[in-house]
Write a protein that binds this ligand. Structure first.
Ligand SMILES: [Cu+2]
Length: 515
């Protein structure tokens, strides 16, 4: 009997042959349907076996995380159509619990999050808990860790939340993320060291739903775009030119969004963040956009960056920082006296999102306010160092995978190691290994690469092993660097570009535990 291990599909495959994603899906589908018993009688004992989402090892990893008597934090999330007010314009979109962003989900580290999802959308959905090292079968990867939740259906996610920090949740199906389906997941630290007086979540988004082309129309235009670039194709950016971003090493993106939102509000109706002069404000910044990186600054202030993707770093003080899709940064500012523009410039695009940090009376900053800090000292990934509490021990990797990112704006096909997801060859690892991923961008666009279920440590050349822990990292055109992870969370995990349109066009593979 091997009820918790899924053999690889076709007996014809020799044990060492790479298996494609398609072959894995066959096995996964059979198991999901509860028909795996026959497959357990594999006649190839030496055949490497996939550690599937229902494997015993997944339950063991969860048991290791879960403390006896851990409190259960219950939340109810309903994904449904909703009408929202964007500066007086009523727009129908999809959201959680009727608001954009969705509700703040806020467990403490060590608690069990029990989140009931009711799907009142007209299409199937899932929730992915971005950045959380959770049990594989709760990861929300459709067709991989669970069947998608059908319209009218319900699914309850239940998992231990191991690490404090700033995370978020969103669907992992189709183009749903480019509507209003996202929300912050803040995991409190029972031993929070503090160092701030108040905090504010800042969720950034690029917005088209109900105002510009639909996400489906944008996807179709990207697919049909070869040869049409820069010809005024509605909703599309030109290539390069004045909109190019030196920080991102090229274009900011391909989609020219009509609006950018900060906590669900456009610049014409910015949210106010109230505080008192002299207070230390902790900003928890989440980029929930589908296709836009943001350059964030607070007029008249410097930002002391304390966390990347939820995990602590040695503090670095800058004027501005660029946040890629899926990334999070926490930064502390000591507030002056007045009303200050919190600006998130759409990097390499036109437009911006805006909030107002107000500690005193005075005029509201203009919707197009461009504080000088945006052009000041920018955070560089290479200067971040993991806090020693979360750094990986120095160790040579047991296994190295190259992750080549390629594709082009002219053919709208984006690949990892030359393959789109439907044909991808999983990156195999074994539990306990130190795994190195060499991220190599061989395309002319930046890619925020996101790994599910783990955070890796960026390997900085000047000080090997000491870079920040992250789960999403921007890889610029023609750039290459390594990230290391400890393979301590068995299962099948998505590795993909967090540009939603690149992901949908194939830029996704699997980090696949075998044994
Ligand atoms: Cu990409």
């Amino acid at each position: 009997m091997c009820p918790d291990v899924q053999p690889i599909g076709e007996p014809a495959i020799v044990p060492t042959a790479p298996r494609s994603r398609r072959q894995f899906l066959v096995a996964a589908t059979v198991t999901t349907a509860g028909l795996a018993v026959g497959a357990c009688t594999s006649k190839q004992p030496s055949h490497p076996r996939v550690v599937g989402p229902s494997a015993g090892a997944v339950g063991q990893a969860e048991a290791y995380r879960r403390r006896p008597g851990a409190p259960i934090r219950e939340v109810a999330l309903t994904a449904a159509p909703v009408t929202i007010d964007l500066a007086g314009r009523m727009v129908t979109t999809w959201a959680y619990n009727g608001s954009v962003p969705g509700p703040v989900v806020r467990p403490r580290a060590g608690e069990v999050l029990r989140a009931r999802l009711d799907n009142r959308l007209p299409e199937p959905t899932t929730i992915h808990w971005h950045g959380v090292a959770l049990r594989n079968d709760m990861d929300g990867a459709p067709g991989m860790t669970q069947p998608p939740v059908r319209p009218g259906g319900r699914f309850t996610y239940e998992f231990t939340v191991p690490d404090p920090g700033t995370y978020w949740f969103h669907p992992h199906v189709g183009l749903q993320l480019d509507r209003g389906l996202y929300g912050p997941l803040l995991v409190d630290d029972p031993a929070e060291p503090g160092g701030y007086d108040r905090e504010q979540v800042v969720v950034l988004d690029d917005w088209t739903d109900g105002i510009g082309p639909s996400p489906e129309q944008l996807q179709a235009r990207l697919a049909a775009q070869g040869g049409m670039m820069g010809q005024g194709n509605m909703g599309m950016m030109g290539q390069g030119g004045p909109d190019a971003s030196p920080v991102l090493g090229g274009v900011g993106g391909q989609i020219d969004y009509p609006l950018y939102l900060l906590n669900g509000r456009p610049p014409a109706d910015p949210p106010t963040i109230p505080a008192r002069p002299g207070q230390r404000l902790r900003l928890r910044v989440v980029n929930a956009a589908a296709e836009t990186a943001f350059r964030l600054a607070l007029g008249g202030h410097r930002l002391t960056v304390t966390h990347s993707d939820g995990l602590p770093v040695a503090a670095v003080t800058v004027d501005a920082l660029v946040v890629g899709m899926g990334e999070r940064y926490d930064a502390v500012v000591t507030l002056g006296d007045g009303a200050f523009p919190l600006v998130a410039l759409a990097e390499g695009k036109r437009g911006q999102a805006l909030g107002v940090v107000r500690t005193a009376g005075g005029a509201r900053p203009a919707a197009a306010a461009r504080p000088g800090e945006l052009d000041g000292r920018l955070l560089d990934l290479g200067e971040l160092r993991a806090d020693p509490r979360v750094g990986l021990p120095a160790r040579r990797p047991d296994r190295t995978h190259r992750v080549v990112l390629s594709g082009g704006m002219m053919d709208a096909r984006w690949t990892i190691n030359g393959r789109t997801f439907d044909d991808a060859i999983p990156l195999e690892v074994r539990e306990g290994e130190r795994v190195r991923l060499v991220l190599a961008n061989q395309s002319m666009m930046f890619h925020p690469v996101h790994l599910h279920g783990h955070s890796f440590q960026v390997q900085v050349q000047t000080q090997a092993g000491a870079g920040p822990r992250k789960d999403t990292v921007i890889v610029r055109p023609m750039e290459q660097f390594a990230v290391d992870l400890l393979a301590a969370n068995p299962g099948q995990w998505m590795l993909h570009c967090h540009n939603l349109y690149h992901q949908q066009a194939g830029m996704m593979t699997t980090l696949s535990y075998i044994r």
